[in-house]
Design a protein around this ligand. Structure first.
Ligand code: ADP
Length: 419
């Protein structure tokens, strides 16, 4: 081959190689461009040589990005699941307190629908003025308590927690139970103070009179005689409070001692007779040869309270029937009942009778030496023995209070029951 021919051939070959390289670059570039437009649909293209190394690097970046994305998605799902599982309501709000997202509890507490209500100011859903004032005051260190509108009425504790870049969380917590307990505690303290203040005022008055006036011994004796029942009333109240507190706070179940039922019931009858002073006909009927398993003092306290109520709320001449029934006539349980022909109770009071200090007629209760705690003591003492109290009453006719003991509390009596 001559020199010019060789030069021509070399030029043609170089040209062909350059063309081939350009074509290949163009082809890889097209692959890259196609992938770059929709990188989420497919993997980066494959190639050999320099392009291959570039594509491999892209491949690695993409896989790392995908892993990061997956982890992030999982984290978001887990965070949302965690927020959903919280017993607190959580709502995500923007800087203007507009709703972005909320969990199930917040939906339920505030009546929110995260789809429908997105972008709405949260004040549209919590309409209580206290909440509007809370938002306006812009001091979120404390919670604000607001009642919900619906029935049954509930109380929510709400708190705004600012975070991030001008964002807010709204936390909600149902505090209805705690609020009720708090109200009960306040009532209880007020009741006890009131119950103690009345006799104490009387006592203080007498003491002052005795101190200031020069009284002869007979007058002093008279005054002391008038003071004694007041002191007695305070003593009874404190004793009942201590009994109730011991019953309420006892975590351990009562001991499983065998309580000789006949002896216990006869004692209850004697106490009722003593209190009645012969003004009532009092009977005791025992059907069933069982003893009870439990704490004798607690059972005695419950039974004596029922019997003394029957005496105190039955006018003179009335009748009080106490009865124990177990055995073949009642195969599933044992029942102690006290039935009277007394003043009876209007039906609307029945559900509240075992509340502390609940009385139908406050002055009658006081006149007869009541503390308002008797039936609370009965309820707690019975509950500790897995027993329940039932009350039937007809105003003007009389009442029947009955304690029902499960069969597991009954054991065959040691004493022979004559009946
Ligand atoms: P109290 O010391 O006032 O008798 P209790 O807790 O024993 O307190 O009883 C609560 C209220 O239930 C009483 O004040 C009374 O109004 C009513 N009550 C209880 N037992 C009887 C009964 N046998 N007959 C009529 N009312 C009763």
């Amino acid at each position: 081959m001559s020199w010019p021919e060789l030069a021509l051939a070399l030029t043609a070959a170089a040209l062909a190689a350059s063309l081939w390289r350009n074509w290949r670059n163009w082809r890889e570039y097209r692959k890259l461009r196609r992938w770059a437009i929709q990188p989420h649909l497919e993997d980066p293209p494959e190639a050999r040589g320099g392009w291959g190394r570039v594509f491999d690097a892209l491949h690695r970046h993409r896989r790392a990005a995908l892993r990061r994305e997956r982890r992030l998605a999982e984290l978001i799902v887990r965070s949302r699941r965690g927020a959903q599982a919280l017993p607190y309501g959580v709502a995500l709000l923007d800087g203007e307190f507009r709703l972005d997202w909320c969990n199930v509890a917040a939906r339920e507490h505030l009546g929110l629908d995260p789809e429908r209500d997105r972008g709405q100011p949260v004040a549209n859903f919590v309409r209580d003025p206290a909440f509007a004032e809370y938002l306006r005051a812009d001091d979120f260190a404390q919670q604000v308590r607001v009642p919900t509108g619906g029935a049954p009425q509930r109380v929510l504790a709400l708190q705004i927690v600012p975070f991030g870049d001008d964002e807010n969380l709204l936390l909600s917590h149902d505090v209805t139970g705690a609020e009720r307990l708090e109200a009960m505690r306040r009532d209880f303290v007020a009741n006890v103070s009131h119950e103690l203040r009345t006799p104490l005022t009387v006592l203080a008055g007498f003491l002052e009179t005795i101190q200031d006036l020069k009284l002869d011994a007979a007058r002093v004796r008279d005054y002391v005689g008038l003071m004694a029942p007041q002191a007695e009333r305070m003593k009874r109240l404190i004793e009942d409070l201590l009994t109730l507190s011991a019953l309420e706070h006892a975590t351990a179940p009562p001991p499983q001692e065998r309580v000789a039922l006949r002896a216990l019931l006869e004692r209850v009858k004697s106490e009722a007779e003593l209190l009645s002073g012969g003004r009532h006909r009092i009977s005791l009927d025992i059907a069933g040869a069982h003893d009870l398993l439990g704490a004798e003092t607690e059972l005695a306290s419950a039974f004596i309270n029922l019997a003394s109520n029957a005496v105190r709320y039955t006018p003179a001449g009335g009748e009080i029937r106490m009865r124990w029934c177990s055995g073949p006539q009642r195969p599933d349980d044992g029942e102690f009942s006290v039935e009277d022909t007394g003043i009876g109770i209007e039906p609307e009071h029945l559900p509240r009778l075992t509340e502390r200090f609940y009385r139908v007629d406050r002055s009658r209760s006081r006149e007869t030496g009541g503390t308002g705690l008797g039936l609370s003591i009965v309820k707690h003492a019975l509950a500790r023995h897995h027993a329940s109290l039932s009350i039937e009453s007809a105003p003007g006719k009389g009442s029947r209070f009955a304690a029902h003991f499960p069969a597991s509390r009954l054991v065959p009596a040691l004493q022979k029951v004559a009946n």
